[in-house]
Design a protein around this ligand. Structure first.
Ligand SMILES: [Ca+2]
Ligand SMILES: [Ca+2]
Length: 218
């Protein structure tokens, strides 16, 4: 096999591998992920807040707010937050911390539900703390709509200390396929075209190396 035949053979092999990968990724939907510079939200007066806009359309999809009294995530007219509704006489919700790998989808296992309004991450006062967050990095589950269609997303949040009503918004992602669940912490896989380009790049590098080696041996 001469150099160019060998090169074509390698190239074909990598492209076939890329095509297989493309079949695999075509069947799965797409995640849009944004790793923002971590936003510190700590006990502002009267409060500090940060709005997450998953799809960058100018409509906020979840608002994180820290005040002296609590650190909360607030739904918008087009979103709901996964959590637990506090039983009476307490009012309000507590946001669920999804761990890496947990599924965020339309049906949540009891007792969790999709809730509108304010959901507490942590609220510590003299008498103790409310909320399921504290000394953890987990994901807030968000159900929101784009043009009336439901989408699922997660926001990575760190609440570093129990006793401090604040934390960091670290990154967020959403699933572009309408109604499709998203796995907490899942980020996009490289697309088929990127895999094919990588394949071609690797084949060309091998080819050049081989050519150089052959020259050196002559
Ligand atoms: Ca939006
Ligand atoms: Ca970050």
């Amino acid at each position: 096999m001469n150099g160019s035949t060998w090169f074509c053979f390698r190239l074909t092999r990598w492209v076939i591998l890329g095509a297989f990968a493309s079949q695999a990724s075509l069947s799965s939907a797409e995640i849009v992920f944004q790793d923002i510079e971590d936003v510190p939200l700590f006990r502002g007066f009267p409060y500090v807040f940060y709005s997450v806009d998953f799809n960058q359309d100018g409509t906020e999809d979840a608002v994180f707010r820290s005040s002296e009294a609590e650190f909360r995530v607030i739904s918008t007219p087009t979103s709901e937050i996964a959590g637990l509704v506090s039983p009476p006489p307490n009012i309000g919700n507590n946001a669920r911390p999804f761990h890496t790998g947990e599924m965020i989808e339309s049906s949540l296992t009891d007792p969790w539900s999709w809730n509108s309004g304010e959901s507490t991450l942590i609220a510590c006062r003299d008498i103790g703390c409310l909320g399921f967050w504290g000394s953890n990095i987990d994901y807030v589950g968000v159900q929101f709509t784009i043009d009336g269609n439901t989408h699922y997303g997660w926001v990575e949040v760190e609440v570093p200390f129990i006793g401090v009503n604040g934390g960091y918004v670290r990154s967020f992602a959403y699933e572009t396929e309408v109604g499709a669940p998203i796995i907490a912490g899942a980020i996009p896989e490289p697309s088929a075209s990127v895999l094919i380009l990588i394949g071609i790049g690797v084949a060309i590098t091998f080819h050049r190396r081989r050519k150089r080696r052959n020259k050196a041996l002559q």
